[in-house]
Ligand binder design. Structure first.
Ligand code: EPZ
Length: 416
């Protein structure tokens, strides 16, 4: 449980952790070769531990060397992921394309749903079938064969991040050229491309809607420093925006969260950024902004919706949010309402009317970013807020409590 006392401004400097949504597909990519790869700037997260457990199950050796994670996939001997490991992390389906490319077959169970609503993988399966994989779905199990994947054109019906990544990884093991159209454009996909190119793969176009892979290249291990986590950065910027104060962030490319910094500026924060830093100053009294509509990159990231909402709970004015990516990504709203937030929900629309004061309460995390939003609400509430079920937060933040404490928050983790 996290206990946080509201009413304290925040100030200081912070180096942002490595990007969770970069590291997870890169850990899957590491099995494409029989070699050792090192991922620098790897964040210590529950989801990274879950990925390491899958890699070890497959026969890889995984170990921390300081802040770097070393993966030796030369001993990979299995191609199945048991149900328990699949359910531990929703995005474990990202291993499917890589296992298929390496082993020619794969067996795994359907990934569990998650707090954000159903997490279908139809686009992943269609992409792999287009490359020639035979996938049988029965009883929650997926049995896949694909000894000879063939490069071709894959057209994604929507720019799914995970499906784009699965297609890229499988295409590395296919003969010939694969063109992925309507690909997701997230920075984490550009980071995956950078890792694959260091392995010797021929991948280009990441960051645009068309990614091209020339498969069948001999691949080798590499050393790669993953990019900073833009959503963690958005979380810390939103925290200081809400409490008032000043923060300088290092280790994240400001261009990757420009829609969030633009919204924070509209809310009244003063923001400056250069190649190395993002600096934000806030009086703590924000104003409502134009409607926030989440959309695929380079639009406003769905992962920043909850934390930006938390920053506006005491703003002057009203802000409309439209969550266009996930069906059920407002579960933090009911918990925020317990603290006195004035939010009205209508399906995908949330209308946030700023209130003068929030009241500390005992609240419960519902998902990773919703949990972070509850902590941000606690930073600006009267009295103490107790945030429970914080394992959700640990999936994506290496040390949210410690980082906020170092910025001056009165916050601590208490063993429940
Ligand atoms: C990735 O999830 C991220 N996770 C999510 O971050 C992020 O919210 C999401 O992309 C959107 O940016 C990782 O990268 C590990 P999608 P992913 O496929 O790949 C639907 C966090 O908080 N869809 O782009 O699962 C899907 O239901 C996490 O860090 C299908 O219908 O997202 C959703 O509505 C949460 N069929 C939409 O597409 C499919 O086969 C976007 O999903 C796949 C997706």
């Amino acid at each position: 449980m996290i206990a946080v006392e509201g009413g304290h401004g925040l100030r200081g400097e912070l180096t942002v952790q490595g990007a969770k949504n970069s590291v997870l597909p890169i850990l899957a990519a590491a099995i494409l070769c029989r070699d050792v790869s090192v991922i620098e700037n790897c964040p210590r997260l529950e989801d990274v531990d879950a990925s390491a457990a899958i890699l070890r199950h497959l026969g890889c050796r995984v170990r921390w060397v300081g802040e770097d994670l070393e993966v030796d996939s030369s001993g990979l001997s299995r191609w199945d992921i048991p149900d328990g490991l699949m359910r531990r992390m929703r995005s474990s389906v990202i291993f499917l394309g890589a296992i298929l490319a390496r082993c020619g077959r794969a067996a795994l169970s359907y990934p569990g749903g998650c707090e954000l609503g159903p997490r279908p993988i139809d686009l992943h399966l269609t992409a792999l079938r287009t490359l020639g994989a035979h996938i049988e779905e029965r009883g929650g199990q997926l049995r896949c064969r694909g000894e000879r994947l063939r490069g071709t054109e894959i057209v994604l019906s929507l720019p799914s991040v995970g499906a784009t990544e699965n297609a890229m990884l499988a295409a590395c093991g296919a003969d010939g050229v694969t063109v992925i159209s309507n690909a997701a454009r997230e920075p984490e996909i550009m980071d995956l491309q950078a890792f694959l190119r260091k392995m010797g793969a021929s991948v280009r176009g990441a960051g645009t809607s068309t990614v091209i892979v020339e498969g069948g290249r001999p691949l080798h291990g590499c050393r790669h420093r993953c990019i900073g986590d833009r959503i963690a950065a958005a979380t810390y910027l939103s925290a200081v925006a809400a409490t008032g104060g000043e923060i300088t962030l290092r280790g994240v490319d400001y261009r990757y969260l420009s829609t969030v910094t633009t919204a924070l500026s509209q809310a009244g924060c003063r923001i400056s950024s250069d190649e190395q830093h993002i600096r934000l100053r806030s009086t703590g009294r924000l104003r409502g902004v134009c409607p926030i509509r989440t959309s695929p990159h380079p639009g406003f990231p769905t992962d920043a919706q909850a934390v930006f909402m938390a920053a506006l709970l005491r703003s002057q004015g009203t802000t409309v949010f439209v969550e266009n990516i996930f069906q059920n990504r407002y579960r933090h709203v009911a918990e925020l309402q317990r603290m006195g937030a004035n939010i009205r929900l209508e399906g995908r629309v949330a209308v946030v009317c700023g209130v003068e004061r929030l009241c500390g309460a005992t609240v419960r995390c519902t998902d990773l970013r919703g949990g972070a939003a509850l902590v941000l609400a606690g930073l600006q509430a009267d009295g103490v807020t107790q945030v429970e079920e914080i394992h959700h937060i640990k999936r994506g933040y290496s040390d949210l409590t410690g980082d906020l404490a170092r910025l001056g928050a009165k916050i601590q983790e208490i063993e429940a």
